[in-house]
Structure formats: C-alpha cells, structure tokens
Design a binder for this molecule. Structure first.
Ligand code: ZN
Length: 215
C-alpha cells in the first residue's frame, strides 16, 4: 500500500514537469519585456465568457517567439505595435473549448490538437505606438464571416490595418489562417508535438528538470 502511495506521489510530482514536453518553449516576455499582452483567455473577454487561463502569459516555441519579436520591431519602425492575444494553449484548455463549441470551423478538434497546443501559433492584432488597439474587421473570437480574410464589408481603415498586420507576419514566415484575421501559424508548426503543461507551472526558458541551467 505504501509503495503504491509513493508511486502515485512520484507520478504526480513528475508528470507536470515532464522534461521533454516543454523543452524549447520560452516565455516571450522574458525575451522582450515591452511586448503588449492582451491575453483574452486570462479574462472573460473571449468566446467562452469565462476566465480560462490562470495567468497572463504568452509561451511559444523559441523560433516562433523570435519571429514575433522581429515582427514587433519592424512594426515599431512603421509606427505600430503588436498586441498579443494568445500563444501556447494547453491541450486540456482546448478540450474545454471543444466541449463548449464542438465545431471545427471555429475550434480545433483536441483529438488532432490545435497549432496553439504545439506552441507554434499566435493570435495577434495591431496597436498604435501608445498600445491602443486599432480598428480591425471584427473583435477577437468573432466566429462570423467578419473575421474572414476575404471579408469585404469592413471599413477601409480596418481592412488596411488587417492587410498591414498580415504583410508584417508573412514577412517573418507566418502563415495566415483564412477564417480568423488574428491567427497565424509559425513555419514548421508540424514538427512540434502537442503539449499539455499548464501555463502557470512553466518556470522559464528551457524549463527542464533534467538540465539545470548553469547561468
Ligand atoms: Zn489562433
């Protein structure tokens, strides 16, 4: 009985810190503390109407994070800022989304996994240099044709902003998602596995219990 208890105790303390699972992830704010985060799933301002993340954090695969930072740097020289809505999303949260809205047009099937679950997709918008959100064709998580990239009913200003954001993201290799103006896949997303560690337990770059950082 005691050995069984010890076994479960070890299982509980080792599972969330699985070394391989969150290797190569970074907290993008540790790389650039000036980035604007508006993590909607850490608020109720999202399609679920509920707080789904316990912390305001954007984790991404290192390569994707560096690309986002380069986009931000270029946009600043043009008088704009990136506003980040979402990055890595734990698979367990994806399952909750699916339970609320089991429709693959709007939510990725957790059986297949979202590119967000791989830390290789980012949801972003555009702000001015002061960080104020600029006009876009729809609000975030608007699952209507207003969010489609080919929607022509938005104001000229919103269409220009949307095109500017898309061009800046494409320049860094991101692939725009046709039905969500805010969603971009990082190049090589398919080589990353789906992950399910929680946002709050991530301890920093290359969080890996088998390799203590030397610096
Ligand atoms: Zn997305």
């Amino acid at each position: 009985m005691l050995s069984l208890l010890v076994f479960f105790f070890v299982l509980v303390i080792t599972l969330p810190l699985d070394a391989a699972e969150n290797r190569d992830f970074v907290d993008i704010s540790e790389l650039d503390g000036s980035l604007i985060l508006d993590i909607r799933y850490a608020t109720s301002r999202n399609f679920t109407g509920k707080v789904m993340y316990p912390v305001v954090r954007c984790l991404l695969r290192r390569d994707a994070a560096l690309r986002v930072i380069r986009v931000e740097q270029k946009l600043r020289t043009q008088g704009y800022r990136l506003i980040i809505f979402d990055g890595y999303r734990p698979l367990s949260v994806q399952k909750k989304f699916w339970n609320i809205l089991p429709d693959e047009r709007y939510v990725a099937d957790p059986g297949k996994g979202s590119r967000h679950n791989r830390g290789a997709a980012v949801d972003v918008s555009l702000g001015d240099l002061a960080g104020h959100a600029l006009a876009m064709p729809s609000d975030y998580d608007d699952f209507s044709e207003k969010a489609h990239r080919d929607y022509s009913g938005a104001s000229g200003e919103a269409q220009r902003n949307c095109a500017l954001l898309e061009a800046a993201m494409r320049e860094e290799g991101f692939d725009p998602f046709p039905t969500e103006w805010w969603h971009f896949d990082a190049p090589g997303w398919e080589r990353y596995p789906v992950s399910d560690f929680s946002l709050e337990e991530f301890k920093g770059e290359n969080c890996d219990v088998t390799q203590k950082r030397k610096d």
